[in-house]
Design a protein around this ligand. Structure first.
Ligand code: FCB
Length: 453
């Protein structure tokens, strides 16, 4: 059997996000974000954890850039905290916030790591939530103003840009089931929030093109694959609805400038108020981009059921799968299907912007963190991706979630996704076995023969 070598110029890296690692929640002029507020309501986040300190990346960015280099990362994705650089949400920039991102970007570049800047990964300024958050159409323009400031700050040193990170997770967990900030629970609102997030994406792409900044720009979508549990027509239809809600609603809007007709009809039948679409909205949303960012963690196994109103579907957990510490089934086969589906149906160049797994890591008596399950997870998914490339999908890069253990939103610090272990009380970092393994994959641009079984 041969080594699995990736195309020349394939990009290997990792991802992280401002709120999940930075800490310094109220330093140097940063204002409160919706996540700062959300964490302060008991019951919202496990263990009543918050992002006040997180990985203290705000102060440790320089040491952390050295770790990125030890991991051999070619690219590190990070996000911009809007309340840090525009504390009032609009208008005046906070120079100290911008200076932080300048220092963080420079440290990466000095360490041979290229920055991938995500402009919005869910930390809306609380003062903008008070203006209605993503239910307010104007939010798209406010965020675009913030993005323009960042384009002006980094005219040439950032090769990859992201507009919005997973609009479906932000809209659905933030406005449908209330599991994420701002914690609202109304499906019609979730669709409106999603529409405005997509409009913000389109405007930021337009602003990027007119700014003349260097680099490529795209959006990142959460893209779980959906498998009906049986061939029964009702289960097949349920899986199609789930896919319509989580995937096609976004993919069709972005690539075809329409929301899928079957879902529009279904929602009408359920009395959902659909977002008002004004002239030019769908053209703006379907602006051409340079790549499509795909985040994959696992597949959903769907049957017809009563759960998840208004979808009326049920997600089941098959007994014959391994599970991560998140309770997510390990499904490298679904990753292949997802990549092929995305490529065949939408035909756009793909960068995998997140893939990874949480396991219950501990520091061993030898001072190391041995995480063989995570290595097995990466290996199986990298193999799926290689197969998809061999079968014709245009996949240009792979970023692991995450370079460091970090604040896992409503689940707090207990879930560890990093290739680097963070001992939160001391902020000591230890590169896990998986990080060293991944560094080898990057250096050899693929998997070696004995792993390719
Ligand atoms: C994704 C988020 C990311 C992280 C991973 C585990 O949906 O983008 O911030 O929490 O899940």
């Amino acid at each position: 059997m041969n080594n699995l070598i990736f195309p020349k110029d394939f990009i290997w890296g990792a991802s992280a996000a401002s709120f999940q690692i930075e800490g310094a929640w109220n330093e140097d002029g940063k204002s409160e974000s919706i996540w700062d507020r959300f964490c302060r309501t008991p019951g919202n986040v496990d263990n009543f954890d918050n992002g006040d300190v997180a990985c203290d990346y705000y102060h440790r960015y320089s040491e952390d850039a050295k770790i990125m280099s030890e991991l051999s990362l070619m690219v590190q994705r990070m996000s911009i905290s809007w309340p840090r650089i525009m504390p009032e949400g609009t208008g005046k920039a906070n120079q100290k916030g911008l200076d932080f991102y300048r220092r963080a970007v420079d440290s990466m570049l000095e360490n041979g790591v290229e920055p991938f800047l995500m402009l919005y990964h869910w930390d809306l300024p609380q003062c903008m939530q008070e203006k209605g958050g993503w239910l307010n159409r104007d939010m798209a323009d406010y965020l675009t103003d913030m993005a323009e400031l960042i384009f002006r700050t980094f005219p040439k040193e950032v090769p990859f840009w992201g507009t919005i990170l997973e609009p479906q997770i932000h809209a659905y967990h933030g406005y449908w089931d209330g599991k994420h900030a701002p914690g609202l629970r109304d499906f019609s609102s979730a669709l409106l929030a999603a529409h405005n997030l997509l409009r913000a994406h389109g405007s930021m792409v337009q602003a990027f093109r007119s700014s003349g900044s260097a680099g490529e720009i795209g959006i990142t979508n959460y893209l779980p694959s959906h498998i009906p549990v049986s061939d029964r027509p009702e289960d097949v239809a349920a899986a199609k609805r789930w896919d319509g809600c989580w995937n096609r609603w976004f993919l069709d809007a972005l690539h075809r400038g329409v929301y899928p007709e079957d879902m529009v009809e279904w929602y009408r039948g359920k009395g959902i108020v659909l977002p008002e679409i004004l002239d030019g909205d769908m053209e703006r949303i379907s602006q051409p981009t340079d790549f499509f960012g795909l985040n994959y963690y696992y597949s959903y196994f769907i049957e017809n059921g009563e759960d998840r109103w208004p979808l009326d579907v049920k997600s089941v957990k098959p007994a014959d799968r391994e599970y991560t510490a998140m309770g997510w089934p390990v499904c490298p086969d679904g990753f292949y299907d997802d990549l092929m589906r995305c490529w065949k149906d939408y035909g756009q160049k793909i960068i995998v912007t997140e893939n990874g797994a949480a396991y219950s890591d501990t520091v061993s008596p030898d001072g190391c963190v041995h995480d063989p399950e995570r290595i097995a997870f990466y290996r199986s998914h990298i193999k799926s991706m290689h197969k998809a490339i061999t079968d014709g999908a245009d996949i240009r890069g792979y970023l692991i979630w995450s370079s460091f253990d970090n604040f896992e939103w409503a689940l707090g610090y207990a879930k560890r996704f990093g290739m680097t272990y963070v001992d939160y009380p001391t902020q000591r970092r230890i590169i896990k076995d998986s990080g060293r393994w991944y560094a080898d994959v990057i250096r050899r641009n693929g998997l070696k023969e004995e792993e390719n079984t």
